[in-house]
Design a protein around this ligand. Structure first.
Ligand code: NDP
Length: 605
């Protein structure tokens, strides 16, 4: 066992609540949600532009690569060198296609793991299913939940094994893509002056791809040290991703946000800072993590094909599909698989979900009481919402951090930080003087202006941009294809299938993309373009699948899962496919097996 549990409540054994408890808890959920919806700053974020642009400078690369601009023609271009782009590239190589480029603005492979080097970063999904291609790589993660540096190194080792460094243009910002009809190719232009002509393009820029800062009045006036968690300034804090932030020993540090990122780095800040203020708007749900080192005997006994089987088993459980075994056995499978709570006699699926959810969250709240000594702080740290309103933040040191004498929880009672001055944060009319302010305020979820947020737009047939096409709402075929944008695969989650184990989903999409490219090669297809009818058909399917989740979203506290409390009538169209990831991957598989390239217009030659 790598670390012990704080508190006495263990995973499993959630007592089923009785009817009156359920009603009271749901009333409390509604009241808390309404309080947040009434707050002036809910869903209010600013992009790091203009005076705030420095918040997205790359602190990790000390020098820019000197290279001549590239002018070339390739079969495939992949934009994004995280696990989405890496898996697509590896699948291309495995299929014998080596004529491609992979482009990323970061200084290395790794995507989110390149950027997110904050202390305590680790995967929140079991590493044996989160770290893709373990069997290809012959690699065994050191922990059940591997830490950031190991995952980042692993991403780079995939790039090395598949010879991707030779194909990479790093520190390269794509500026635009133009479809050139006469050529049946995309022309990619970059800030570095590259001009790359590619037959097929995969945009693999991630689901949460751009930094967002809270729209707090005065944010630009702060004169102390400040940064976003995805651009951690170790030059200032000292230490490294394992902690020991010695530079903070005499500092008054504030952190805004208590989401999945904050929960992982706050224990290190608490251990190192002279004084830490945690500014909380909505408390996170923090169930047991129970990390542990990998058992070598277990790893050695794994049979070929084990990783896909384990990924699929996890995905089936969290989608509520019947399975006979739970291979992962963690908090995700416990709560989403409705494991550990007695649901005997409850036959209605919605009611089973509701009861299991409340039982799980009762346990989460009881854990706060068991760990946090100050009763008022404990009360303020209790989350009052259904577990999947926000990403659950499994952790074993977070809650205990609030027992430290140098750590203060500043609960904003759902209202958020009021304003920021040159050296202070204001909450409820009270000022907190700070030397350092850290924004754990998250990232933009894919939205119709996603292309611009990436720093580039795509111009399809007739010079229409993807941003223009999506004005008033996204309209895609399977989430990935857009009529008028031939040979383009956008690795979105919006309108596509999302699983909590994001890298698994990216692998499915990588295989699907490579299947399509291979098909085109084998059948003499120069280009494919989704038809407007196929888009319409997919919108209908999205609408039909949206029903159940929509009700869940309406009841939820605001967050990026429910469009910050605005699950409008078209929620199904701006969210992921609500039939679930398993069903979505089955739809893609059926499409491949069908072999007719249905929903696309093909140009041969
Ligand atoms: P989130 O969007 O989850 O959290 C942002 C935080 O900022 C929230 O607590 C939010 O409060 C708070 N906030 C925003 N505006 C204000 C304001 N005006 N005043 C006070 N607080 C404010 O971002 P994260 O970076 O934590 O996580 C993003 C996602 O990244 C996760 O959901 C997860 O998918 C992924 N992630 C994955 C990890 C992994 O291991 N695979 C690890 C870490 C993150 P409120 O809740 O009230 O909106």
């Amino acid at each position: 066992m790598e670390n012990g549990l704080n508190g006495t409540i263990e995973a499993g054994g959630n007592a089923a609540p009785d009817k009156s408890d359920i009603d009271a808890i749901q009333n409390r959920y509604r009241a808390e949600r309404d309080k947040r919806l009434a707050a002036a700053n809910v869903g209010q974020y600013v992009s790091p532009d203009g005076a705030l642009a420095r918040y997205v400078d790359d602190p990790y690369v000390e020098r820019r690569f000197d290279r001549a601009a590239v002018a070339e023609e390739v079969e495939v271009a992949i934009i994004g060198a995280g696990f989405g782009g890496l898996q697509a590239a590896a699948e291309l190589i495995k299929s014998g296609i080596s004529d491609f480029r992979i482009i990323d603005k970061a200084g290395d492979f790794g995507g989110v793991w390149y950027w997110n080097r904050y202390p305590g970063a680790s995967c929140d999904i079991e590493s044996y299913i989160y770290m893709p291609m373990l069997e290809d790589m012959g690699y065994t993660p050191s922990l059940k939940y591997a830490r950031g540096p190991e995952i980042f190194d692993y991403a780079r080792s995939i790039a090395e094994k598949f010879g991707l460094y030779d194909k990479a243009l790093l520190q390269t910002q794509v500026e635009r893509l133009n479809w050139v009809e006469a050529d049946h190719r995309w022309l990619i232009s970059t800030r570095e002056g590259d001009r790359i002509r590619a037959r097929f393009v995969m945009v693999a820029t991630g689901v949460l791809q751009s930094v967002r800062l809270p729209a707090i009045p005065g944010i630009e006036t702060f004169r102390g040290h400040s940064f976003h968690t995805s651009r951690w300034d170790y030059g200032y804090t000292g230490g490294d991703p394992a902690g020991k932030l010695t530079g903070l020993a005499d500092k008054r540090v504030g952190i805004i946000g208590t989401g999945a990122t904050a929960v992982q780095c706050i224990p290190h800040l608490g251990a190192s800072a002279g004084q830490l203020y945690v500014f909380q708007r909505t408390p996170a749900a923090v169930p047991v993590r129970d990390n542990r080192t990998t058992d070598d005997g277990w790893a050695a006994a794994l049979k070929p094909g084990w990783q896909h089987e384990r990924m699929n088993n996890f995905d089936h459980i969290i989608n509520g599909r019947p399975t006979t075994v739970d291979l992962v056995q963690d908090g995700w499978t416990e709560v989403l698989g409705q494991i550990g709570v007695d649901l005997t006699g409850i036959n209605d699926a919605d009611e089973r979900r509701r009861v299991a959810d409340i039982a799980f969250m009762n346990n989460v709240r009881a854990r706060v009481d068991a760990v946090v000594k100050d009763p008022a702080t404990a009360e303020a740290l209790k989350p009052w919402f259904n577990i999947m309103c926000k990403r659950p933040c499994f952790h074993d040191e977070y809650l205990d951090t609030f027992n430290r004498p140098n750590v203060t929880l500043v609960d904003t009672n759902g209202q958020g930080v009021e304003r920021i001055s040159e050296n202070e944060i204001w909450v409820g009319g009270k000022a907190y003087e700070l030397d350092c302010l850290i924004y754990a305020s998250g990232f933009d979820f894919q939205t119709p202006d996603m292309a611009k947020r990436n720093g580039f737009d795509l111009f399809g047939r007739g010079g229409i941009s993807l941003t223009e096409k999506w004005q008033g709402g996204m309209k895609t075929y399977f989430g990935h294809f857009n009529a008028g944008f031939p040979n383009l695969f956008v690795q979105t989650a919006t309108q596509g299938g999302l699983t909590s184990n994001v890298t698994h989903g990216l692998g499915e999409l990588a295989r699907h993309f490579v299947h399509m490219v291979t098909y085109c090669h084998e059948h003499g297809v120069r280009s494919f373009d989704a038809t407007p009818q196929a888009e319409d058909m997919w919108q209908e399917k999205l609408r039909a699948a949206a029903g159940a989740r929509r009700q869940y979203d309406i009841e939820c506290t605001p967050g990026y899962y429910n469009n910050d409390g605005n699950p409008d009538a078209d929620t199904g169209l701006q969210a992921f496919y609500q039939g679930g990831s398993v069903e979505f991957f089955e739809i893609l598989e059926a499409w491949r097996n069908d072999g007719r390239f249905e929903g696309f217009e093909l140009a041969h030659g």
